[in-house]
Ligand binder design. Structure first.
Ligand code: URA
Length: 210
């Protein structure tokens, strides 16, 4: 294909297969980009029914919604349950992923929570003290709750334990019926993204995790 003259490096056709290129150069084949910037970052508005794993035989995966070149290099940074909707971050930058998900990173997350039973009068205080999850030895870090109505609230937490939000409200004797993530660290879900849509992160969104 190089010899046929359909490959360009930058704006120039490249007909020499021995030509060396650097990772920051853009290579196109018939006008389509086939090289990728070294580090790539996306936000997906995850719909319900989609799993946050790389491969699954039963359900569509979050990565199957990302139509990008070399998508097999992408990883999910901080999972959401199959029935949870909202902000899911995806990258090929392992260090950035670690920064975001490491328990030491203090990266706060904001969730919109709908509960089966009315919000108890003591929830704000109990969440601020740190609830003890079933099967855990240590209390959760303090969480900040803002009540929206009888059954709905916004929850701001610092951790990302397995089923954390659902287990927090189970510990308070309630049950989460709907869960949506709207913010991770300084990155806010773009409200112009329909469910299932994604967009690249801006440089400042990427930098706010660093
Ligand atoms: N907490 C949960 O219980 N589920 C999620 O998907 C995210 C946080």
């Amino acid at each position: 294909m190089v010899k046929a003259g359909v490959v360009c490096v930058g704006d120039n056709p490249c007909t020499n297969p021995a030509n060396k290129i650097t990772s920051d150069q853009i290579v196109t084949l018939d006008g389509s980009i086939i090289s990728a910037a070294k580090d790539r970052y996306f936000m997906l508005n995850k719909p319900a029914g989609v799993v946050s794993v790389t491969k699954d035989h039963q359900h569509p995966t979050a990565l199957s919604l990302i139509f990008e070149h070399r998508s097999e290099e992408l990883q999910i940074a901080g999972r959401l349950d199959i029935d949870t909707t909202g902000l899911l971050l995806i990258t090929n930058d392992g260090k950035w992923n670690h920064k975001l998900t490491s328990p030491r990173s203090d990266c706060r997350k904001i969730y919109q929570v709908t509960l089966a039973n009315p919000i108890g009068p003591d929830y704000t205080e109990k969440l601020a003290e740190g609830v003890l999850l079933d099967g855990e030895k240590h209390r959760c870090l303090p969480a900040v709750m803002e009540q929206v109505d009888d059954h709905c609230l916004t929850l701001d937490i610092a951790e990302g334990k397995y089923h954390q939000v659902k287990r927090m409200f189970a510990a308070l004797g309630n049950h989460v019926v709907k869960l949506h993530r709207s913010k991770v660290g300084g990155i806010v879900l773009d409200t112009s993204l329909a469910e299932g849509d994604y967009r690249p992160l801006t440089a400042s969104e990427v930098a706010c995790i660093r």
